[in-house]
Unconditional design. Sequence first.
Length: 215
Amino acid sequence: MKVERLIVGGFEVCCYIVYCEQTKEGIIIDPGAEDPKILNLVENLGIKVKALLGTHGHPDHVVGVYFLKEALNVPFVLHEEDDRFFQDKTNFSFFKSWGFPENPKADTTLKEGDEVLFGKERLKVIHTPGHSPGSVCLYHPENHVLFTGDTLFVEGVGRADLPGGNFFQMMNSIKEKILTLPEETVIFPGHDYGSKPVSTIGEEKVNNPFLEEIL
C-alpha cells in the first residue's frame, strides 16, 4: 500500500491518497478542499479512485467531495452517525456560520468493523467517537498503518468543543481503540500540528502529553 499526502484548504487538512501498488486502485481520505492538485496527483499517479472517505463529517475534511464526485464519479463514504448528525440543519448551523456549504450526503455509510477495499488492500473501520459522533480511524492491519483523522495527532489530540463533541468519549476511544494497537503502528493524522508529519503509537505513548492520564 502506498500513501501520498497533500495539505489542502484554509484549515490545512491532511488529505491522503491511498492506493494499491499492483492494481493502482485507491481511495481519497479527507478531501478537504476543491483543490485541483488532488486531481492532478491522482492523474499523474494513474490512480483509479474507488471512493472518497471522510474520517469524520466536519466540513473542513469533506468540502472537496462535491468537486471530486463530479470529476471522478465515485461515492462518498462516511460513518453513519456523522452522516445523520451533520445532515441535521441545527447541528450544522455552527459550521454554516463559518461560511461552509451544507455537507454532502454520504452515498454509503460505515460502521465499526467494516472494511474498505481497493485493489488488494483493505482498511478496517474503527469507530472512535468523541471529536464527533461518527469519527473513525482507518487501519491497515498488514502494514500497521492508521489514519486517525482529528482524534489523535502527533503530540496532540482533537478538540471536543464543536457540535457533537465529547472529550471524555474521545479520550476513551483513544485509550480503548487506538493505544491497544501494536506500538509500531504508524499514525497519519488529519492535521500536521506536531513536530513531524507522522508518528507511531509507541512514540505517542512517550511524547504526547495529552495521553499521560489514560496510560
